[in-house]
Design a protein. Structure first.
Lengths: 475, 207
């Protein structure tokens, strides 16, 4: 047994100790998921940009195919094809508003990963926990394919494939396959697969749970087997396109994009593409035969295929849009899967909100009216009736309502404005409102253009095969 | 109340508690197992009710009625207990949708919200319409609860300890044992009655 295997055992053991109350054993789920022989095969890389503080430290870790940006420390961990994007971390002197407190940030925030293993996971945003504002910690945690740890410090947790924890501190929790949690702080919870839970204590509480048998067609994960289903087939069938992008060191841009737009060098771009001003396309995004209007953004692990986005669209991490027309100011949440068919297209009218982890998979044309909010599993017009409501009607809810598998309690108005405020913030942070005449409202789309990448390599053989030497990267 | 009076009251109550536990023994207060409603494993819910009714008619003539049935294995050993709540729980509608309401509280929905959900759901159906069918179908072992460690008390244990066990475990009754055999049931209602009977006798209200 080499150092990498010993490290993996240590991580699994630490996670199991934390999850003993939930009687969970991570080993049968993940032991064969991290391809140990591939940990030597892929380089890791990091971005250098004038607009982001640079401080990286890697110690006793495997980092195969992973990307790092900003301030990050990784120790005793295994990361396989992950993105650790520290371009939204708080900076010294910032003020963090929490309820009535305005808390000053006394040093630049950093992401600290310890004793954890991640597979194809995205770690992004900043710590929203007022108790740990300068340290976005993730420890004793395992996450699996296409999970998102977004602004969510974590200790002793397990995340199933395509799960998302968003703006939530989590302690000793299991986040089931394709579950989305945004709840402030959670501990010792076992969240079943297909749960979508958005809670702001004292304001609102939204819960939807997928019919589990139907969800299994899209994604299924169990001990001893790899994640499988339509989601995995979809991404795996395009894996080779990404391989080409990562194999080439210097990739010449082959598409003309406006100066105010940013197309990441590690995104897959296939003909025919039309990119508008202030567009942001992040790495590991996949674009094919699509049009992105002004201010649209396509985040990590997103796929836009044969679709037209009118502009000011947020397509959040991991969302997929196929054969669809998407109106202006439409938000598509994390890991949503929206699939029309040639001749049976999906139309999403302007200013609609597709909740995180929504599946719209149709075999006949379907139009979502403007200003609607949609959740859950929608395969036809009848499903849409059950799994949607107009934003105007939702805003009138003051106490509670239920619809299909969805439960809502609290203020609909506050729920809607929380989403709308966040959408505006995302567009602003991504540079959608950039004004080239006075250089105002710069965001990621403009700042990410001035970025270069360095690669780092693991030990190719021997006791430390697959692990990276201790590396410190400072300005 | 002045300090001296408070001290006097404290000493009085302490003395009387000691008096109560000395005056009554567990074996005096318990219902003997032979007088309790019991059914063997495999009995239906309806048969359990008939056993309860029979025990009521034959043995229990005071105003406190039997509220539970003991389940015996083939060696006549008590392996479980069925209470009134267990019966009502078993008669509630059971399906995936109803079960999903049950765990919604972990998502921090208010108890009022969850109660409304149950009400809405129950109004849609007629949960008690097939009560006869259920009574003949449900087996006692499907709804019984196995006694926990804290539900046993030795016959010669002090009543004080038994009271503590009842309070600590929020139990409605304890199983009284002698040499590992269950010989009776110590009911909360009998202990409660004994204590207040004593209080009444000593005229605590006059102090």
């Amino acid at each position: 047994m080499n150092a990498l295997e010993k490290l993996f055992i240590r991580i699994v053991q630490r996670v199991n100790i934390n999850l003993r109350e939930l009687e969970f054993d991570a080993k049968p789920y993940v032991w064969d998921l991290i391809p140990k022989n591939q940990m030597t095969k892929f380089y890791a890389f990091y971005g250098i940009a004038p607009d982001h503080p640079l401080s990286l430290q890697f110690k006793h870790s495997g980092l195969a195919g992973s990307y790092f940006l900003g301030q990050c420390r990784v120790s005793n961990s295994l990361l396989y094809k992950c993105d650790v994007r520290g371009d939204e971390l708080k900076k010294k002197g910032d003020k963090f508003q929490f309820k009535d407190f305005k808390i000053p940030i006394f040093r630049d925030e950093e992401i600290v990963i310890e004793d954890s293993a991640f597979i194809k996971t995205l770690i992004h945003n900043f710590s929203h926990d007022p108790e740990t504002l300068e340290k976005f910690f993730i420890k004793d945690t395992i996450s699996t394919h296409y999970a998102n740890i977004h602004g969510s410090p974590s200790s002793g947790c397990f995340l199933g494939p395509f799960s998302t924890v968003d703006l939530t501190t989590m302690w000793d929790c299991i986040i089931g396959t394709f579950s989305y949690v945004q709840a402030g702080e959670i501990s010792h919870l076992n969240i079943e697969p297909g749960t979508v839970w958005v809670q702001s204590p004292g304001a609102f509480n939204f819960l939807y749970r997928y019919p589990i048998e139907k969800l299994k067609d899209y994604i299924y994960f169990s001990a001893g087997i790899k994640p499988q289903g339509i989601f995995m087939d979809f991404v795996e069938s395009r894996k080779e396109d990404f391989q080409k992008v990562f194999d080439v060191v210097n990739l010449e841009p082959h598409l003309n994009v406006p100066e105010s737009a940013s197309l990441d060098r590690y995104a897959v771009i296939k003909p025919k593409m039309d990119i508008g001003e202030n567009v942001l396309v992040s790495q590991r995004a996949y674009l094919e035969n699509a049009s992105l209007g002004k201010g649209a953004n396509v985040q990590e692990n997103c796929f836009i295929i044969s679709s037209r986005l009118e502009g000011y669209n947020v397509t959040a991490h991991g969302a997929k849009i196929i054969e669809a027309n998407v109106g202006k100011n439409v938000f598509v949440g994390f890991n949503s899967f929206l699939r029309g068919q040639p001749g049976n297209r999906l139309s999403i009218s302007k200013e609609s909100i597709i909740m995180p982890h929504t599946i719209i998979d149709i075999a006949e044309p379907l139009t979502i009216p403007s200003g609607h909010i949609v959740w859950g599993l929608v395969t036809n017009q009848d499903d849409l009736e059950v799994n949607s409501i107009s934003i105007a009607d939702l805003s009138k809810i003051k106490t509670r309502f239920t619809k299909g598998n969805m439960f809502f309690e609290g203020s609909g108005k506050r729920f809607v404005s929380a989403f709308q405020d966040r959408i505006h913030h995302i567009l602003k942070a991504n540079g959608a409102f950039f004004n080239s005449s006075d250089n105002s409202d710069q965001g990621h789309a403009q700042k990410n253009q001035n970025m270069s990448f360095n690669t780092i390599q693991p030990y190719p053989r021997g006791e430390h095969e697959g692990l990276f030497p201790t590396i410190m990267i400072q300005p | 109340m002045c300090k001296a009076a408070a001290l006097h009251r404290y000493l009085y109550i302490t003395f009387n508690r000691s008096f109560i536990v000395n005056k009554f023994l567990i074996k005096d207060l318990m219902v003997p197992i032979s007088e309790y409603a019991t059914v063997p494993v495999g009995a239906t819910l309806f048969e359990a009710y008939l056993a309860l009714e029979k025990a009521q008619e034959e043995y229990d003539h005071d105003k406190y009625r039997h509220r539970a049935i003991l389940i015996l294995d083939k060696n006549n050993q008590v392996i479980g207990k069925v209470g009134q709540l267990d019966v009502l729980r078993a008669l509630e509608p059971k399906n995936e949708k109803f079960d999903r309401f049950e765990d919604i509280s972990k998502f921090n929905f208010s108890s009022q919200f969850i109660m409304r959900l149950h009400e809405q759901y129950l109004m849609q159906g007629e949960p008690l319409s097939d009560i006869c069918k259920k009574g003949a179908q449900i087996k006692v072992e499907d709804l019984m609860r196995a006694p926990t460690e804290g539900e046993y008390v030795e016959e010669d244990t002090s009543l004080n300890t038994a009271i503590h066990q009842l309070v600590r475990g929020s139990h409605m009754a304890l199983l009284v044992t002698r040499d590992n055999d269950i010989v009776g049931i110590l009911r909360l209602t009998d202990v409660f009655a004994a204590i207040f009977h004593t209080m009444k006798e000593c005229g605590i209200d006059d102090q």
